[in-house]
Write a protein that binds this ligand. Structure first.
Ligand SMILES: [Zn+2]
Length: 363
């Protein structure tokens, strides 16, 4: 039987980054690729990798292109976005490059919109599926989340240097696997319920197939990719998992849709206990709770074993919630189940009590 999203007479869609390039040593191509957009580039380089990568970035631009490199202060705030857009305009830049972790990339993406310029995203870790998306998370100056901003288009180019990703701590790659783990379960929930994707329409069939491919890839190559990362080697498994974490998960979540795992993640973030844990680590807990929520106990056990194999948390204590009091679980459930929240994209009716019971299974 066709599920709702497969029925005829439905307008569907998917969205993608303009181009995606991945491989060892691609940092050397950054200048050449930026040159495809014009004569002058502004690079926002993450504070965490600034000293490590500045010389390589400059070297890649050595040929003809003019470049100005700015150090990213660490926050994707309205002030940081406005400052970068203003710098790009006053420099007469033809392209903005964001290089580093999620906040530097999001700042560049939002500044590109405000300055009316194309954007190149150069992630140096594969800890989430944010790089390919048309979404930026804006923070207040005190570090709390202000709001999500939806951009009119995805980045023009996502350039990934797997040699750099392999040099970063394996914990980041594992977190990216956690974010990628949610993609198929959430897309499948949306496919079955007919819920809408980030374009406010059901995905085209390709969107759900990309999500499935994402799941299959991390299940097959996840543990070996982490071993390669431990050895600082961009081997064949790491290449596959980086593609899954960044490209497949990015397309899969935007075009397939999101549901319980990320809603429960948002709920968990209400607790100060979890603040030292990465997005993908909390999302993995959201996936496990989402499977319990749907009564999928066999799949829960399969995914739990996978999480153990790829160094992801499987209990609330693993993400800092040592005392899972009824009060704390109620706070998580309330936030996860608020009106209009993505948890209601699940094919079942979800209540706060159900979320509390699902979380209790993870104590
Ligand atoms: Zn995510």
């Amino acid at each position: 039987m066709l599920v709702k999203a497969e029925q005829s007479g439905v307008v569907r869609g998917a969205r993608f980054p303009g181009r995606y390039i991945q491989g060892v040593g691609t940092i050397a191509r950054l200048g050449e690729e930026a040159g495809g957009f014009g004569e002058k580039a502004i690079v926002l380089l993450d504070n965490g990798v600034f000293d490590l990568l500045k010389a390589d970035v400059e070297a890649s631009f050595a040929t003809a292109l003019q470049v100005e490199i700015f150090r990213h202060g660490g926050e994707c705030s309205e002030r940081a976005i406005a400052a970068l857009a203003a710098a790009a305009k006053s420099a007469g830049a033809s392209v903005i490059v964001g290089a580093g972790g999620g906040k530097a990339l999001d700042t560049a993406k939002a500044a590109g919109r405000d300055a009316g310029l194309p954007v190149i995203v150069f992630p140096t870790i594969a800890a989430s599926d944010a790089p390919c998306s048309a979404l930026a998370v804006v923070y207040n100056e005190d570090g709390t989340v202000a709001y999500d901003t939806f951009l009119p288009s995805n980045p023009d180019l996502v350039l990934v240097d797997t040699a750099l990703i392999a040099r970063a701590p394996a914990r980041f790659l594992a977190a990216g696997i956690g974010d990628a783990l949610a993609t198929w379960y959430e897309a499948e929930s949306c496919r079955r319920s007919g819920a809408l994707n980030c374009m406010k329409m059901p995905g085209v069939p390709l969107a759900y197939e990309v999500a499935r491919f994402c799941r299959d890839t991390i299940f097959e190559f996840g543990p070996a990719a982490l071993d390669e990362c431990d050895a600082k080697t961009a081997g064949p498994a790491l290449e596959r998992v980086v593609e899954a974490n960044i490209l497949l998960s990015g397309i899969g979540f935007e075009s397939g849709g999101v549901a319980a795992a990320h809603a429960i993640h948002h709920g968990l973030c209400e607790l100060a206990d979890v603040h030292h844990h990465l997005h993908g680590e909390k999302v993995a807990i959201g996936v496990l709770a989402g499977l319990k929520l749907n009564g999928m106990d066999d799949e829960y056990e399969r995914v739990r074993q996978f999480c153990l194999a790829v160094r992801l948390p499987t209990t609330l204590a693993d993400i800092g919630i040592d005392e899972a009091t009824p009060e704390k679980l109620a706070v998580v459930a309330k936030r996860a189940c608020r009106a209009g929240e993505i948890i209601h994209n699940e094919p079942i009716t979800v209540t706060e009590e159900m979320v509390v019971r699902a979380l209790e299974a993870l104590v």
